[in-house]
Ligand binder design. Structure first.
Ligand code: NAD
Length: 695
């Protein structure tokens, strides 16, 4: 008898209960147990109907993802579901918690489905670069039609019980005690002599022939570069064109293709990496956390407002401090406008907008920050200004308050030293727009206390961010790698590429935009001011003036001024090639004596991406990031690196570190540029035939 699936009978109803905590995942033992319990139920002459349910907190929540990539062990989930569907007695799925993926597919193999009102079901396989491979793509269209099935399978979102009932997936929504309700429902079916109702025997309702082409067109932009959503569409289409057995074979074929694809390997890596990133190596799991009830934000500019919104939206009151009342008013009205825009899109109710804004307090007086448990500074990027602010915070903040800086480039340890309590200081590096971008680099200073770090890592999740712990260095993890890529992008243009070509290559790789469109979005003035500053303070180490400086000097700051590297007609956001920029580039080349050459797309791709990988390896060596997966998560959530490539370090492994290392050596030989000096860690791994994943 299985110890994870049990069988017992209540009068004429046989109950099959899966008990495999924490989420009743459908690993081998559960699949085997389900078959045995089913046999027992079928052999039990007194059982007239069977109920399948989950013990503990949920119906089987899904496949055991850790079994992916291992040799499949029989019985497979499709076999189990087939046995359920062809059984001689009616089978009822009784769902509570979340029946996702394989869990939902089991319910589709049952004759009847009943669920608690709080239950959710869905087919999220697409998010792991897969498709529902246990009949989901064949049974769901038979149950609810191709169009609705496409939405559920391609979107991959969990759906609530009420919606599932509306869609015709669930027959009965109940509340209270699920087991009692399920038995009552089963008895009713037995009394009515209700028939078996195998979904596979249904035919798919006739649909408009264009539905698949239309659906593909509708997702083309959002799912650009992804394989799985388009395979999902093919599988559902097969359900409308083939009989059930042939459709199942087609589903299997498409599933196996995805399972063996680099994309699914990458997306599964991201799934685990995101969860792993939350656990900081060396930080004990039971590290105590400080209580965060009130937050303060210093500076109501671009970042301060967005940062504050994250807390307000999570129900945490915020006090915002500025130097002048006008700056506060401006900041507050931008926040309100952002919330109201979300309300117009239906993402918030007007009551929620008011509730969020109602949690916001403003002040010009540091004394009003005395109650804050966490204070985040987002003032100008200037060390003296920051030190003055932290001096004030040291004076007014209560004992135990966490003091955080949102600096992008300044030394967090130096800022900490401006206080008498450096153990309470750390960096919280949000990404712009701070209310939207999911990444939060949590910068651990030399003296940051463990409990302060643990508190902020947990808080990240509370405000729906993905926190990644990083160490102190210029640019931390994300921007440090970005700067290296930017230098290559400019050099490639100097040598003969066009900005449009460079951007196209990286866009086609799957990034949301290329380096020059990104520079235009951030504002060319930002980098220009930094370079100008260096030219004044440290001319020996300052970069030579180039065509990007010329553009900024001419007031071409990017999107916000309608022109930068590209032109943006009529306040638009679409970058168009610019003749002015081309002329500046020509002038720069002439002045430098550069004869432009043809630069291949391949060279652009290699130089822009391999330079990041080399820097990533240095970041690992220095312990700025603890693990390659931390770097991957930074790039996926901070810069839109395509999840189907798994992040830069995972992707490098897929390319092969031997090859990456060879190319980096070649670039170093050609240029002597220190950015191309091979990182010893990369050299070592490549030499041993290993990847970053082996670290
Ligand atoms: P910003 O100029 O838009 O806003 C800064 C605000 O701070 C202004 O409203 C200013 O009035 C206020 N301020 C300045 N000195 C102050 C003081 N002594 N006391 C109180 N308020 C003061 O700048 P921003 O883009 O929001 O950047 C703020 C910080 O965030 C910087 O450290 C920056 O490096 C960092 N950062 C910016 C971005 C970005 O993309 N803009 C991204 C990540 C981090």
């Amino acid at each position: 008898m299985s110890d994870v699936v049990s069988y017992r009978r209540e009068d004429e109803v046989g109950l099959i209960v899966v008990d495999n905590p924490p989420v009743n995942a459908l690993g081998h033992a559960v699949r085997q147990g389900l078959l045995e319990a089913l046999d027992e139920g079928l052999a039990d002459p007194s059982a007239k109907a069977l109920v399948i349910m989950g013990g503990g907190r949920t119906f089987p929540a899904g496949a055991d993802i850790r079994e992916f990539g291992q040799t499949p062990k029989s019985p497979s989930l499709p076999d189990v579901i087939d046995a359920i569907e062809t059984s001689s007695k009616p089978v009822i799925a009784a769902v509570h918690g979340t029946a996702l993926g394989g869990g939902m597919e089991i319910t589709l193999g049952c004759d009847y489905r009943l669920a608690l009102d709080s239950a959710k079901m869905g087919l999220p396989e697409v998010n792991l670069g897969l498709l529902p491979g246990a009949g989901g793509t064949q049974r769901l269209p038979r149950l609810i039609g191709a169009r609705a099935a496409l939405e559920a399978i391609v979107e991959g979102k969990p759906m609530k019980a009420a919606r599932l009932a509306e869609m015709g997936i669930i027959d009965e929504v109940v509340s209270g005690d699920l087991e009692r309700e399920a038995i009552a429902y089963a008895r009713k079916l037995v009394a009515e002599d209700a028939p078996r109702r195998p979904v596979s025997a249904l035919s798919v309702a006739a649909e408009d022939a264009d539905v698949f082409a239309e659906f593909e067109a509708a997702i083309a932009r959002k799912k650009r570069g992804y394989l799985a959503p388009f395979h999902c569409i093919k599988a559902v289409k097969a359900a409308t064109e083939m009989d059930f057995a042939a459709g199942m074979a087609r589903e299997r074929e498409l599933f196996v293709e995805l399972l063996n694809s680099p994309q699914s390997a990458a997306q599964r890596h991201v799934f685990f990496a995101e969860r792993e990133a939350a656990k900081v190596p060396g930080l004990a799991k039971d590290t105590p956390q400080r209580e965060i009830r009130r937050v303060a934000v210093i500076g109501a500019g671009t970042m301060g407002g967005g940062i504050a919104m994250n807390f307000l939206s999570a129900g945490i009151p915020v006090t915002m401090l500025e130097m002048k009342a006008e700056a506060l008013d401006r900041g507050v009205s931008v926040m309100r406008r952002n919330y109201e825009a979300s309300a117009r899109k239906g993402r918030l109710t007007t009551e929620q907008v008011e509730a969020n804004m109602g949690r916001l307090w403003t002040t010009l007086d540091y004394a009003d920050l005395a109650e804050a448990d966490l204070i985040i500074e987002a003032v100008f990027e200037n060390m003296d200004v920051k030190k003055t602010v932290f001096g004030e915070l040291d004076r007014v903040a209560k004992s135990g308050a966490i003091l955080a800086t949102n600096t992008s480039t300044l030394d967090v340890d130096e800022i900490a030293d401006a206080t008498s309590r450096p153990t309470d200081v750390l960096g919280m590096h949000f990404f712009s727009p701070a209310n939207v971008m999911k990444l939060l680099e949590v910068v651990r200073g030399a003296q940051t206390a463990d409990d302060a770090l643990a508190t902020v890592m947990a808080l990240a999740r509370r405000i729906s961010k993905v926190g990644v712990a990083v160490g102190v260095c210029y640019g931390f993890v994300g921007n440090r790698m970005l700067h290296k890529r930017q230098t290559q992008a400019v050099a490639l243009v100097n040598e003969g590429a066009t900005p449009s070509q460079v951007d196209r290559v990286l866009y086609d790789f799957g990034l949301p935009m290329g380096p020059f469109a990104m520079a235009d979005l951030a504002g060319l003035d930002v980098g220009w001011r930094i370079r100008e500053g260096l030219r004044e303070t440290d001319p020996a180490n300052a970069p030579a003036r180039n065509w990007m400086d010329a553009l900024a000097e001419a007031g071409r700051f990017g999107q916000k001024t309608g022109a930068g590297v590209f032109e943006y007609g009529d306040g638009g956001r679409t970058p168009e090639p610019s003749e002015t920029t081309a002329a500046e580039i020509d002038a720069y080349r002439a002045q430098q004596g550069i004869t432009p050459r043809d630069v291949s797309d391949e060279e652009i791709r290699e130089r822009c991406l391999y330079v990041m990988i080399n820097e990533g390896a240095k970041i690992l060596e220095e312990g700025i990031a603890a693990r390659p997966l931390d770097i991957d998560i930074v790039w996926i959530y901070g810069y839109g690196f395509p999840p189907y490539r798994g992040g830069p370090m995972f992707w490098a492994d897929q390319v092969g570190l031997g090859l990456v290392c060879d190319r980096i050596r070649t670039f170093h030989g050609e240029t002597g540029d220190p950015d191309w000096q091979v990182a010893p860690l990369l050299e070592k791994l490549a030499g041993e035939g290993k990847g970053f994943a082996d670290l």
